[in-house]
Design a protein around this ligand. Sequence first.
Ligand code: GLY
Ligand code: MN
Ligand code: MN
Length: 429
Amino acid sequence: MKYQAINPQLYIDNRSRFAKKLKPGSIAVFNSNDIMPTGADGSMMFIQNTDIFYLCGIDQEESILVVFPDAKEEANREVLFLKETNEHIAVWEGHKYTKEEAMAASGIRKIYWMKDFSSVFNALMCEAENVYLNTNEHLRAVVEVQTRDARFVKFCKERYPLHSYKRSAPIMHELRAIKSKYEVEVMQKACDITEKGFRRLLGFVKPGIMEYEIEAELVHEFVRNRSRGFAYGPIVASGASACVLHYTDNNKECKAGDVILLDVAAEYANYASDLSRSLPVNGKFTVRQKAVYNAVLRVMRAAIKMLVPGNNIIDYHKVVGKIMEAELIELGLLNKNDVAKQNPDAPLYKKYYMHGTSHFLGLDVHDVGSRYRPFEAGMVFTCEPGIYIPEENLGIRLEDDILITENGPVNLMANIPIEADEIEKLMAD
Ligand code: GLY
Ligand code: MN
Ligand code: MN
């Protein structure tokens, strides 16, 4: 891993919170992700399963975490199983956790090699009544491959059919929605690395540059600051491409007069940041581009003010929609009379602003958390309004990451330039 060691208290606290949510007599099992194959003997870069990482900080394939708060022997209450390293693995793949290192990273005292899993787990299951297993539950997840967690569900239910099975996912969603101070520190670091990448672009973007050259600048800056790279597929979309919401080709030339929509951010220690900015290719917005830009910025600032405890995302999105509607009328994109007659279930503003304003952010970019839960201190949301006008070859989105606190919203990206005039000035310097 490139990142610096994380305080293991984060994981100790997370496990303790998780354990308190289990029914008496329960054991819970979390698996790492697989290393995904490509072709021949190739494989994708390993990315840890975010739930096991959240609970123990172990960032390695072929790992299993068992949490069993009511185990008769105290030593069995938190147990980790790891891939046993050896000289061959050390030579071909490099370093893997020793037991001592895994203990230091996770705060777990009982560490076994994976070869002991069957017998140790079998003994623990003889003591357990309920088994909490992990499933990837996300409204928009479309997962066709079977994960290690999914394989384990199958194995466990076949081998131990008379235990009572429960889902860990609702508990994980509840816990992960609230970020601890350690997590906020790590997320701030991801945002700070993103800022470095963005600032680097201000002196780099000019007419004739290719979108992929911008992507390359960013990855250079992210990796040299201990990030693994982008937190999600980077969007570097100039001109009309900005109206393709999930554009990731990044293969066009940036032309004078166009605006580039950048939705690009670094991960750090498996935590995501999520940034969008829009830059004029030649360093100066046209009057029209600036008007649209400032409309988006006003919506964003009004929305951020509503990211406070007690509000909720459903009402929030409705209010943001009304604010956006007024801006679109002002820009001449919507007609006031048409809006007055619109079907409230299909508001006209969606023609130019068709996505949501905020999502949970954390270990996953579209992090887990319930949309029915009112905002609470410790939640981190993005705020990302946009206006997309294909007929003008123009799409503008602005996106910051906001921590909800009892004392009001805290913008983790407050230092990243956003005012149109400031962007122009920095591009001119
Ligand atoms: N970058 C993904 C998003 O903004 O939701
Ligand atoms: Mn984004
Ligand atoms: Mn986002």
